[in-house]
Design a protein around this ligand. Structure first.
Ligand SMILES: [Zn+2]
Length: 879
């Protein structure tokens, strides 16, 4: 076959784009191949004009992909959909590895049909050719479920509500592939007043929980205050039953085939949102109904009128693009309105993978069904689920959100006759508020001009699913700009990119390529294609954009794969949880020097290793024996002069450890009682529990200068008391620091103690409002002095560590809007007291850190498009 691979490297691509990289529209197609790192299967092959077999498109696509240039076995492909769009016909496959699904791996073949002939025009996506996975799990599904709950739900208050249900096996495409258990986590987030439904993945060989994806696509957060609904008269397609009542059942659409293809709107009548997390509609939930065809005010208030009318508008919009319903197969579209959150208002809405669920609104906000852009946004998540299925994490998740915003706004402006040039056209959710003007009510603005290199907010997956809302307008803004230039006809290009080019794990660069390829295939003029390229350029979506992000810290380790544990630091030596290229999925303990040199892998047991601690000479960490379900604490000299040894092993989960010389302390479950205890082991002696007795627990060990400090918690008559305990390791004497006097009705809370040569410092919350100060005592427990006072102005800290001279605190800002000022940042204050100062002006998340000597801090930083281990030696003071 005449095939000249033309590998477009990042450099060639950026040069081409600078030109800009758009060939004249009437050029004959030139075969081009773009490779993808880590796999032999090309990311995209375009410009083909090769004959293809007639008949079944799936068979024709498999025949084409059998060609050796694709390096894949068509037997590993399962057909998902075939999209017919004019003359274009696209077959989408999912990859299987030894009959197991491969998370996010999809490949597409594109045909053009001309009369009876069919030719291949291109192919591409993500197929992992280098997988090498043992398909037999070591870890039981029950242990996988327990580990997912313990490690992937960081907020204890949420964790307490979580039920973990193990599911099927699959392959996660990391390294040579990781066999993983799917675990469903269901619970509630009381702070955000919303249900929690996560798809978690746990390494089925090592037991390491890998990541969790939010299954619920929320519209919120929004803020506002207000008065009544929009008062627009809208037609509703209802259904008159045998008993003459009318219900919101729309059978007037082309997808209705006599059995299925309806648009149904249910009224939950105030039932709890938690009842609607399973696929489908729970038994007993009724369609919204009315004695007459005029659905009255109560149905406006509940959101039923808006939800039903909106779903019809969404159907009509996608029908015009050639799509029959959300699933593209004329499947019934379900909405539920009027749910509550534990009896109170649920001021939100979400798509759960099978249906729309809307709250009934509240004092300040309408039902979220009242914003057609929100209805369009949420239902577009359904379209995405049934097409590119962009994984709801990081950049692919931000594109998922961005496309939902783009189409949500396109649906609303089209249905209401708002020109794209109207300043409110680019706003999302501007109609939800009962009182606020649109610009203040809106959740997002696609015209916010955000640029990848200048504005990308790098966060770990613990925050906003890795920035799915934080960064969505970078991508959707480029699309909206192009729409403002090219008109509403650009929608079909974006839709084509979504349904015929994108795959689940695409990043911004893949997304740009998908849109540009779709524009070419759709026959856009050279001028219009330049406009599309310029829109992406303006939003900074171009190869290497991550390298243009500025930071004020020094990178110690680039691209950490695990952002759950804080690093450990003693003097110049650090230890951190990370993957190495030769490890399959599960993390190892890496160590190195801040002053330079390469990191080396210290753990030597070939297992999942995590939670390191170091005293500068050796490190201890936790490791799981996956077959036995036993947690080990292991220890090894940092210079690797001897193999690791087992300090202790138990079936109880270990939360944190500390080490100094031959002494190791840890906080871990006592399998005999289920309580979390503080354990201490000296030399070869058996470990002892320092928090003996029912209702006494121990957390958060810190060792320095021959002293151990930990938090002792005692549970009594429904409340808990917490305070630091300082133990002299040489004499075994303990000083229980006097509990901080409470200023409210509950006892004060003390967490995250750090001991230095002169002081013990920790976070305290005197009135249990979540705001905390920093307290200091002398080593004998006397002289309690606030370093930062608790009170109405105190911060919401998340973490603390200290040197002799300075206290470092991680702070979560209290704002809920998704912008940089509300990301967790590091602050520092002299141990003698003063104002908290910003430590680094980096733009991304700064959550987990270790303090070194003086003002030195080593932390996990999310700024540069991934999570890096970085350091500075003093605060930035002002940002
Ligand atoms: Zn969304």
């Amino acid at each position: 076959m005449s095939w000249r691979p033309f590998v477009l490297t990042a450099t060639a691509l950026s040069l081409a784009l600078a030109v800009p990289g758009v060939a004249a529209a009437d050029d004959p197609p030139q075969p081009q191949v773009e490779s993808r790192a880590g796999t032999l299967a090309p990311a995209e092959v375009s410009g083909l004009a090769e004959p293809a077999a007639a008949g079944d498109p799936v068979a024709a696509a498999k025949t084409h992909l059998a060609d050796p240039r694709y390096h894949l076995d068509p037997a590993d492909l399962v057909p998902l959909t075939t999209v017919v769009n004019g003359q274009d016909e696209t077959v989408r496959f999912a990859q299987r590895y030894r009959n197991l699904p491969v998370f996010g791996a999809q490949y597409l073949v594109r045909f053009r049909k001309d009369g009876t002939g069919r030719e291949v025009t291109g192919a591409g996506g993500r197929f992992l050719t280098e997988l090498d996975v043992d398909p037999t799990p070591t870890v039981t599904p029950a242990l996988a479920a327990r580990l997912a709950r313990s490690r992937l739900v960081r907020d204890e208050r949420i964790r307490d509500t979580i039920k973990a249900t193990p599911g099927e096996l699959l392959v996660v495409p990391r390294g040579k592939g990781v066999l993983a258990w799917h675990v469903t986590l269901t619970g509630a987030d009381a702070a955000k007043k919303r249900p929690v439904l996560l798809d978690a993945y746990v390494d089925a060989h090592s037991g390491q929980p890998l990541f969790a994806v939010d299954r619920l696509r929320f519209a919120g957060p929004a803020t506002g205050s207000g008065k009544t609904a929009h008062g627009k008269d809208v037609p509703l397609n209802a259904f008159q039953r045998a008993d003459n009542a009318y219900e919101l059942r729309d059978r007037a659409r082309p997808m209705w085939n006599g059995t299925t293809g309806e648009i149904l709107t249910y009224d939950a009548a105030g039932a709890d949102v938690q009842d609607f997390l399973n696929p489908g509609i729970p038994a007993g939930t009724e369609l919204a109904e009315s004695p007459t065809p005029a659905f009255g005010a109560e149905h406006t208030e509940s959101g039923a009128v808006d939800g039903h009318w909106g779903a019809g508008k969404v159907y009509e919009y996608y029908k015009a693009l050639g799509r029959d319903g959300l699933d593209g197969k004329g499947g019934t579209m379900y909405s539920v309105v009027n749910v509550t959150y534990y009896g109170g208002p649920f001021e939100n809405a979400f798509w759960d993978g099978t249906k729309m669920v809307y709250g009934g609104g509240g004092a300040d906000l309408h039902s979220f069904a009242a914003g057609l852009d929100v209805v369009g946004h949420e239902m577009t998540h359904g379209v995405i689920t049934h097409s590119a299925d962009l994984v709801y994490l990081g950049q692919s998740g931000a594109m998922n959100e961005g496309l939902a915003d783009y189409f949500g706004n396109a649906i609303q402006t089209g249905a209401l006759g708002i020109p794209t040039s109207d300043p409110d056209a680019s706003l999302l959710g501007e109609d939800l508020c009962k009182n606020l003007p649109p610009a203040q009510c809106a959740i997002r603005d696609l015209d916010d001009d955000r640029n990848a290199a200048k504005d990308y907010l790098g966060v770990t997956t613990a925050l906003d699913s890795g920035g799915v809302h934080l960064n969505s307008t970078i991508f959707s803004g480029a699309l909206w700009d192009a729409r403002e230039k090219l008109g509403t006809g650009f929608d079909k290009v974006v839709y084509k990119a979504l349904t015929e080019y994108m795959t689940p794990l695409d990043d911004f660069g893949d997304g740009r390529r998908a849109v540009e390829s779709a524009a070419r295939a759709a026959g856009l003029s050279t001028r219009d294609r330049i406009a599309v390229a310029q829109a992406f350029d303006r939003h900074g979506i171009r190869p290497g954009w991550e390298r243009l992000i500025r930071i004020d810290s020094r990178v110690v380790l680039d691209g950490l794969t695990d952002a759950i544990d804080p690093p450990a630091l003693a003097g110049d030596r650090y230890a951190v949880t990370n993957n190495t290229p030769d490890t399959n999925g599960s993390t190892v303990i890496q160590t190195g020097r801040l002053s330079g040199g390469r990191a080396t892998t210290l753990s030597d047991d070939g297992r999942w290793d995590w939670t390191p601690a170091t005293d500068g000479r050796r490190a201890v960490w936790v490791s799981l024996d996956p077959a036995a379900g036993v947690f080990q604490i292991r220890s090894r000299p940092l210079d690797a002069s001897a193999p690791s040894t087992v300090v202790h092993e138990s079936t109880g989960y270990v939360y944190a450890a500390a080490v100094s010389g031959d002494t190791v302390a840890w906080s871990g479950e006592d399998p005999a009682t289920g309580e979390v205890e503080m354990w201490l082991k000296r030399g070869n002696a058996a470990p002892v529990i320092l928090t003996e007795g029912k209702g006494v627990a121990g957390y958060m060990p810190s060792i320095s200068g021959g002293r151990l400090v930990y938090i002792r918690v005692t549970f009594a008559s429904g409340s808990s008391h917490s305070t630091p305990v300082v133990r002299d390791l040489a004499t075994g004497t303990e000083v229980v620091v006097p509990e901080v006097p409470p200023t409210g009705v509950l006892p004060s809370l003390s967490i995250y103690p750090a001991v230095t040569a002169k002081h013990v410092v920790w976070l305290y919350d005197a009135n249990r409002d979540g705001r905390m100060g920093v307290m200091r005592v002398a080593l004998d427990g006397t002289g309690q002095t606030p370093v930062v006072a608790d009170g109405p102005q105190a911060p919401h800290p998340t973490w603390l560590d200290a040197s002799e001279s300075r206290v470092t605190v991680g702070v979560q800002p209290e704002g809920t809007t998704l912008e940089n000022v509300n990301l967790p940042k590091i602050y520092q204050v002299p141990v003698t007291g003063g104002a908290l100062e910003r430590y680094s002006c980096n733009r991304g998340e700064q959550s987990l850190f270790a303090a070194g000597t003086g003002g030195r801090v080593l932390w996990l930083d999310g700024t540069a498009g991934d999570t890096d281990l970085v350091t500075r030696d003093r605060p930035a003071h002002r940002c």
